[in-house]
Design a protein. Structure first.
Length: 309
């Protein structure tokens, strides 16, 4: 099997009331942990790469690692560019073997976002690739994306945006955010399901995407801190809220921080308990297992895509 687009995945997910996990990848152990989980749960999968990941691991390494994962698992796997900032990076990924790109024009005025997204869609569709656009802005920090204030998606804009751009999926802002610090201590996590419902009503059958959807599970933050970390209070989106979203028009849920936390906690625990170890395989094995276990947890608790490959 080759790298697939998300078209078929999203159609089945929309009809089946579940979502596909889009997990950020940076190296071999992360790709292996994620794909091992998807194989064990027989789940379709999106592996996504940010600009920062592409800079860190290099385009060709990532492509070949994902191709290797497909050879090993025979699963339907899409390779997606997360937060493409301009036409050039999207074109480079499309030309270089990605099956899906995001063009993030969410910071631009509405008409400029439409023009940029349309340009990427025209190039992508001519080359067998699909495109995710974004309306509304998530707060938080993720690699090169740094936004101070959250601005919710305006449902009144979604039909015109999708119609004029011909985009394949749409990321919206309903209260998720990038990074581990989504809510302040004492603040109650909440998502604007009213906005999601209104968007879904205006775009029947159309796949919606949620970014920044980690739950920042306390036991993992505690573990990072127990073994010498110093993370202040981190609060994420409860898994049951995301599960509710996955049952609706939300077909793609992006999860990164929870994997980072699980991996870092495992490395810290191993090195704290085995201070004389200096063989990277000794600490990267529990790190890879931690990624696998976290992704399995997400597939079952949040996404509901187990058995859907
Ligand atoms: Zn994002």
């Amino acid at each position: 099997m080759a790298i697939v687009t998300t078209t078929e995945m999203f159609k089945k997910a929309y009809e089946g009331g579940y979502a596909i996990g889009a997990f950020n990848v940076n190296n071999m152990e992360i790709i292996q942990g994620i794909t091992e989980a998807a194989k064990e749960e027989n789940a379709p999968l999106i592996l996504q790469v940010s600009k920062g990941a592409r800079k860190y691991a290099k385009h060709n390494y990532l492509i070949k690692l994902v191709e290797a994962a497909i050879l090993e698992t025979d699963l339907p796997i899409a390779l997606h560019l997360d937060h493409g900032a301009d036409f050039e990076i999207c074109k480079s990924c499309i030309d270089g073997g990605f099956s899906s790109v995001m063009i993030d024009g969410s910071h631009l005025p509405f008409e400029e976002n439409i023009a940029l997204t349309k340009k990427v869609v025209e190039y992508a569709h001519a080359h067998g690739c699909v495109v995710e656009g974004e309306l509304g802005q998530l707060a938080g920090v993720e690699d090169d994306v740094n936004v101070e204030n959250h601005s919710y998606t305006d449902p009144a804009q979604v039909e015109e945006f999708v119609e004029k751009t011909n985009v394949d999926s749409l990321a919206i802002a309903i209260g998720t955010s990038h990074g581990a610090y989504k809510f302040k201590p004492g603040q109650k996590p909440m998502l604007r399901f009213d906005i999601l419902d209104e968007v879904s009503k205006r775009l029947p059958g159309f796949p919606i995407v949620l970014h920044g959807a980690s739950s920042v599970i306390p036991e993992f933050v505690e573990k990072v801190n127990k073994y010498g970390g110093a993370m202040p209070d981190a609060i994420g989106i409860p898994e049951d809220m995301l599960r509710q979203a996955a049952k609706s028009s939300v077909c793609k849920i992006n999860i990164d921080s929870d994997l980072r936390l699980a991996m870092t906690a495992a490395v810290r625990e191993h090195l704290a308990n085995n201070p004389s170890d200096f063989d990277p395989r000794q600490y990267l094995t529990p790190a890879r297992d931690a990624i696998r276990d976290m992704v399995k947890r997400k597939i079952v608790n949040v996404l509901g895509c187990n058995g859907k490959a």
